[in-house]
Design a protein around this ligand. Structure first.
Ligand code: HEM
Length: 494
């Protein structure tokens, strides 16, 4: 018999058994009967059967309006707590950060991110500290990011030339910007653009989509049979095998030629040297190196390109803001006739535009954490040990208690405001906060603000005849726009 049919025959009864079981346990709250009671009790807002498919940041935001800023979902045998207010986020990400700086486990991250030996999905431990420190020192520090300026310039001029060639015709800006961020990240991390870039990108997009979702096997971590029968697991293993081959060849190429672009060491060279010299407290091997370089690629590419994409989409919908942000830079640099990376710091309104874009279209809508310690209370609720804690930064960015007219794109709200996005202000959390705050802030922002300034300085933008801006979101760990942004560029002559 076809293996697919056998899998389906085995899977269907197991699923029925699990769903019945989950409904039963929701009545008795068996999993939590030994927990100290929550004063006045975490609101239990639903069961697995009601919630599957309704777990997007939007659906959770609507539920929070009814249930409050700390919600508890009963999903199979996994406790999930959703945090939806600035105050509760501050508790989780700052005040009680040591208790909440774990990462939840999932089939997707286990398979695709090398059994949690990367940084982003690693549990909070000394190995994580060691690897995060290496990446900060060797790739993500402000000094490193400055040293990649020539890569950014090179890739940006490629992007600009391509747009000039397409002048007057509709281009898929989403795709072109993605191409730009993936090239810069590849060249900075691997020393060159991988010859398998298209496959790498396809794997990355699917993995990020699955990592942001909820697979049924994730709700029953101890039910191994379900894991073995999971169709997604086979899909993931196939993708991981392909990924492994690509990363293998990147590492092998570096072994042959121990120098990155322009002769300097890149992160792969550094990690290889460390693996050979055995100079680390936690020795690393090829598997660790592959996990780390995949982390840099997967965490850096889609997040940055998404910010540019959403910002351009909002500017197209808001001609007043578009005119104002272009006027700011075109007036300031009219004599120069161009704009350079060092000029971007002076563009105050552009900064407000980017913050407003982060507020409405935060790339990581649900910041994933895990509770590592027992007995922690947030806003009066006990948070179960090992629960998956999701900070709904998307809901906080649109909270009417914090933001006046929250659905309106109005960058002026950030003029004369102290709010930044570096993890100090819990109403705006694009990079998270606390111990696990994104280590790629400087690298990521260098791939956002300067390219955006160039796109806006050197081109005027129009929508293709009869088209609007489609703001539909795609599901996933990173919330990208679902469809490519089609725009017509016209070069601007100062
Ligand atoms: C605009 C671009 C970016 C955004 C919006 C972003 C956002 C985030 C967020 C929200 C987190 C989770 C933080 C938390 O748990 O508190 C994170 C973690 C992470 N990011 Fe970024 N990121 C961006 C760019 C980058 C880049 C360019 C890199 C590296 C090349 C990177 C590497 C990482 C890593 C390794 C982690 C895991 C950190 C840990 O768990 O310790 N990110 N990012």
């Amino acid at each position: 018999m076809d293996p697919l049919v056998i899998t389906a025959l085995l899977l269907v009864p197991s699923l029925i058994f699990l769903i019945i079981n989950s409904l039963k346990s929701s009545k008795t709250s068996k999993t939590y009967e030994n927990l100290p009671p929550s004063p006045p009790g975490l609101p239990i807002i639903g069961n697995l059967h009601q919630l599957l498919g309704a777990l997007s940041h939007r659906a959770l935001t609507n539920l929070a309006k009814k249930c409050g800023p700390v919600m508890y979902l009963k999903l199979g045998s996994v406790p999930v707590v959703i945090i939806s207010s600035r105050e509760a986020a501050k508790e989780v990400l700052k005040i009680q950060d040591p208790a909440f700086c774990g990462r939840p486990e999932s089939i997707t991250s286990k398979i695709m991110w090398y059994n949690y030996i990367d940084i982003a999905f690693s549990p909070y431990n000394d190995y994580w500290k060691q690897m995060r420190k290496i990446c900060m020192m060797e790739m993500l520090s402000a000094k490193n990011v400055r040293s990649f300026a020539s890569i950014r310039e090179d890739e940006l001029s490629r992007l600009m030339n391509g747009l000039r060639d397409a002048s007057g015709r509709a281009v898929d800006l989403t795709e072109r910007v993605f191409w730009f961020t993936s090239s810069v990240t590849s060249r900075a991390a691997f020393g060159k653009v991988s010859r398998d870039r298209d496959t790498l990108i396809a794997i990355l997009k699917r993995a990020v989509e699955l990592a942001g979702g909820f697979l049924i096997a994730d709700f029953f971590p101890s039910f191994k049979l379900l894991h073995y029968l999971s169709w997604n697991r086979y899909q993931l293993i196939r993708m991981r095998n392909k990924l492994d081959k690509i990363l293998d060849s990147i590492v092998e190429d570096h072994k042959l030629k121990q120098s990155g672009e322009y002769g300097s060491e890149d992160i792969v060279d550094v990690l290889l040297r460390m693996a050979q010299n055995k100079e680390l407290e936690f020795p690393i091997n090829k598997e660790n190196i592959k996990a780390i370089i995949y982390d840099m690629f997967s965490a850096g590419v889609e997040t940055s390109s998404t910010v540019i994409d959403w910002t351009m989409a909002e500017l197209m919908r808001n001609p007043r803001v578009m005119a104002k942000v272009q006027a700011e830079m075109r007036e300031a640099f009219k004599d120069k006739g161009t704009i350079q990376e060092s000029d971007v710091q002076s563009l105050k309104y552009l900064k407000c535009v980017i913050k407003e874009s982060f507020r409405l279209h935060i790339p990581v809508a649900l910041v994933p954490r895990a509770c590592r310690e027992e007995g922690h209370v947030v806003e009066g609720y006990n948070i179960p040990l090992n629960s998956k804690v999701l900070v709904n930064a998307w809901a906080i960015g649109r909270d009417p208690k914090i933001w006046d007219e929250p659905e309106t794109f109005r960058p002026e709200r950030f003029e004369n405001s102290p709010i930044d996005y570096l993890g100090n202000h819990f109403e705006l959390l694009p990079f998270g906060a606390g111990r696990r705050i994104c280590p790629g802030v400087v690298f990521g922002m260098a791939n956002v603000d300067y390219p955006l300034a160039k796109l806006l300085f050197h081109f005027d933008w129009k929508l293709p005849e009869g088209k609007g801006v489609d703001m539909t979101e795609k599901d996933g760990l990173t919330i990208a726009r679902k469809n490519g942004l089609l725009l017509v560029p016209t070069p601007y002559k100062p």
